[in-house]
Ligand binder design. Structure first.
Ligand code: T46
Length: 278
């Protein structure tokens, strides 16, 4: 009897994962801060919980084999706002996993943990953390927390550094950074099914012709991307017009998050840029 716990189940990506995850286990416990979610799979149960409250999230992990941890503020925000969900929430997940003997955690990390590296550095998985925001810093914290729990307590983790995950590539940057929903599902499935992973970080990116990072050091997971943003190249490049190659938002892996002031919404910045008034 296998039990998985999915946090952030009501979110954009949690919603994509619920169906496939329900097929990979006997019991899926989906949790989120929202009141309810619809269309539960036959073996899925929903429990509302706040990850930043250990007494709420902790008991849900009892009897779980794996946790798929996707709950967080998915944007840059003031540190004080991120502290509960993104930092303490992660601490609560790993402490509770230890308490309940959870074997492995699949974690939604982000490109923003390494967002200040240059695109043309072609980094691999040994590149040091270079967060572009407090949001990215929380991903760095959680990756280090996960590695420490592997090394000190034997809890395995696959940290997927998600780039731009959406149904279709949405802008010129996405020609390099797109992660299709199908490839996200594959990454999560490989993370769950690989026999041993220890602590593994992997870039969550499709097989884009213009992709600028190297996943070779995580090849033992067996992730073989099926999608490539290039089919949208002509349309997206025409829409973008002439790009300034010295603009940090085009030079840095973190894109617009590399230029957003600390504590201010990167998502709002992307919206302003796409409307051409930033
Ligand atoms: C602040 C907070 C949020 N949540 C829930 C609320 C949403 O249903 C969900 C986040 O979903 P959202 O649609 O905002 O973000 P995604 O695009 O799915 O982001 C995902 O990918 C990127 C890379 C990520 O950093 C997120 O951790 C991961 O969820 O977490 C909670 O359950 N508890 C909380 O305290």
């Amino acid at each position: 009897m296998t039990k998985f716990v999915l946090t952030g189940a009501a979110g954009a990506l949690g919603s994509v994962l619920r169906g496939p995850l329900s097929q990979m286990c006997d019991e899926l416990l989906s949790t989120d801060i929202v009141d309810e979610i619809s269309d539960l799979a036959p073996n899925e149960r929903f429990v509302q919980a706040d990850v930043s409250q250990r007494d709420q999230i902790g008991p849900l992990l009892e009897g779980a084999d794996m946790v798929i941890h996707f709950a967080s503020i998915a944007d840059e925000a003031p540190f004080e706002e991120l502290l509960g969900p993104n930092f303490i929430g992660a601490y609560n997940i790993w402490e509770s996993a230890h308490e309940h003997g959870v074997r492995r955690i699949i974690y939604a990390s982000s490109v923003h943990a390494v967002g200040m590296h240059n695109v043309n550095d072609g980094i691999d998985l040994d590149a040091p953390h270079r967060p572009d925001t407090y949001y990215g810093l929380a991903k760095c914290f959680t990756e280090d927390l996960a590695r420490m729990h592997w090394e000190k307590r034997g809890i395995e983790c696959v940290a997927i550094r998600i780039f731009s995950c959406s149904p279709e590539p949405g802008n010129a940057r996405a020609l390099g950074s797109w992660l299709s929903y199908g490839d996200l599902i594959q990454l999560v499935q490989r993370g769950i099914e690989a026999p041993t992973v220890g602590y593994t970080a992997i870039f969550g990116i499709s097989g884009n012709t213009r992709g600028a990072v190297n996943n070779a050091k995580a090849s033992y997971l067996g992730y073989v991307p099926q999608d490539n943003a290039e089919y949208m190249a002509a349309e997206l490049l025409a829409k973008a017009g002439k790009l300034d190659p010295q603009d940090p938002q085009h030079m840095k892996l973190g894109g617009p998050f590399a230029i957003v002031p600390l504590g201010e919404s990167g998502v709002a910045m992307i919206k302003r840029l796409s409307e051409g008034n930033a």
